[in-house]
Design a protein around this ligand. Structure first.
Ligand code: 4AD
Ligand code: MG
Length: 442
């Protein structure tokens, strides 16, 4: 009988029918001289396939290698209970052809790459490594994560914008700017689309973007990339407490969307079997209380001294605190000097700003947000004290001239969100081709 061409994802609807399935040899097991088991991978899933007798005796069968491309024909059988097969079915192959043969040895870089492999192989061979169970699941989950953020913002009426990545202003400090020649001038790769999003609010209402941001981070850590996917929002006519609620609703809303979709829920279960949705309300902790917490728990600064008010809390103590408390923490009210120029002072305590970082167990900071200075005089003063020339920001200054309005927003690192929800050790596993010092390939 004729065979319908299907992909693995469709297998359930084609049980007991004769089909043909193209794909790659993901795993291969030869049993005696009359049986071969192929686990076929086609990107949509994996399918167990059985080749028996004369089908195993051909030259192609005897020399078959992992990652070769094949077309398998046969009837899809439901697998009897007690025998486990992905999806609950297997293909009893009655005919097959080679589409392209791969050289042997690919197992060294695909299915067998794990945390014990030479770490550089993970990156030099990433174009092959991503075919493995774990890495392909992470990338597939990433697609669902991006969709979930969009679904969430759509449900609360925020519009998506796509701001430029080539810019001539910095947002988060000059030390991490990448610069490039631009028609005889200098341009930078954007660190954040925040200022542009702010300019959209009077035109479009609350907005969000998921765009690439760039940071020339000299440090080699497991949570810093030179290029990352940055989800940013900006909302008008809110106060600081509203902003904290927006963050909590976003994290819980996106998590619910992912857990309610059986496909993304299965990827989370595969990658992070112990995952539990975070409980509301999130813990809220002032920066000054975090300093006290660190000192009470004997966690010291790099120079061995106690932390003091005004110190930046580096990655490692931040992680220790988050992992010990072991639930999301919204850390608020950071001192002005360790935060960005656009953050307004708290009305009750001018030593601190209306700022927030959301810290998650295993990752640390995944969100940075704040209210924004909206008053023209304060804005000019903020540029001065940051050593920035207001002329370059004429368009941004116009926001506080032409109808200033209270507003605030946040940025979330998509890779850090994935590292949290999928329990990955490093965010380098959470994007397609990570960029970090010394790596710009593949
Ligand atoms: O805290 P950041 O620097 O804040 C901003 O850029 C604000 N302008 C955002 C805003 O209010 N619109 O960055 C925001 C988030 C961080 O919490 C972190 O999750 C992520 O972006 N991030 C990075 N992710 C990967 N690699 C890096 N080098 C990152 N730097 C920041
Ligand atoms: Mg930050």
């Amino acid at each position: 009988p004729a065979a319908v061409k299907i992909n693995v994802r469709q297998a359930l609807s084609f049980r007991n029918q004769r089909v043909k399935v193209p794909g790659w040899v993901h795993r291969l097991r030869v049993q005696g001289k009359d049986f071969m088991f192929i686990v076929l991978r086609d990107g949509t899933g994996i399918l167990q396939c059985i080749l028996a007798d004369r089908l195993c005796h051909t030259f192609d069968a005897i020399t078959l290698t992992l990652e070769s491309t094949v077309m398998l024909y046969g009837v899809l059988n439901e697998v009897p209970e007690g025998k486990s097969a992905p999806g609950g079915h297997e293909l009893i192959v009655d005919y097959w052809e080679i589409i392209a043969k791969a050289p042997g040895g690919s197992e060294a870089v695909t299915n067998k790459v794990n945390s014990e492999s030479d770490p550089s192989v993970m990156y030099t061979q990433r174009h092959l490594v991503i075919r493995s169970d774990t890495h392909s699941a992470t990338l597939k989950l990433r697609s669902y994560v991006l969709k979930a953020f969009r679904t969430h913002f759509d449900s609360i009426g925020y519009l998506e914008v796509t701001p430029p990545c080539l810019v001539q202003t910095m947002v988060e400090g000059g030390s991490t700017l990448f610069s490039l020649p631009y028609y005889g001038e200098t341009a930078y790769l954007t660190q954040s689309s925040q200022l542009y999003l702010e300019s959209c609010v009077p035109a479009m209402g609350s907005v969000y973007t998921i765009s690439e941001s760039y940071r020339a981070e000299k440090s080699n850590t497991r949570r810093h990339l030179s290029e990352y996917s940055h989800c940013e929002i900006e909302a008008g006519f809110i106060d600081f407490n509203d902003l904290l609620n927006i963050i909590e609703n976003m994290i819980c809303g996106v998590t619910d969307i992912l857990l309610n979709d059986p496909v993304s829920a299965a990827f989370i279960k595969q990658l992070n079997p112990d995952f539990e949705a975070p409980q509301r309300p999130f813990m809220r902790m002032r920066y000054s209380d975090a300093i006290i917490w660190l000192n009470e728990h004997g966690i010291k600064r790099e120079d061995g001294q106690d932390f003091e008010f005004g110190d930046d809390i580096p990655e490692s103590p931040e992680r220790l605190m988050t992992d010990t408390i072991n639930r999301p923490i919204m850390l608020t009210h950071f001192p002005g000097p360790i935060k960005s120029f656009y953050m307004p002072k708290d009305k009750e305590d001018p030593r601190v700003t209306e700022s927030v970082d959301l810290l998650m167990p295993n990752v640390g900071e995944i969100v940075g947000g704040s209210m924004r200075i909206s008053n023209y005089i304060d804005m000019i003063a903020a540029f001065k004290s940051a050593g920035l020339a207001p002329e370059n920001y004429y368009w941004y200054l116009d926001l506080s001239k032409y109808g200033a309005f209270p507003h605030g927003g946040l940025g979330l690192g998509i890779e850090r969100f994935i590292a949290w929800i999928a329990n990955r050790y490093t965010i380098r596993e959470c994007c397609l081709y990570p960029r970090f010092p010394g790596r710009c390939q593949p």
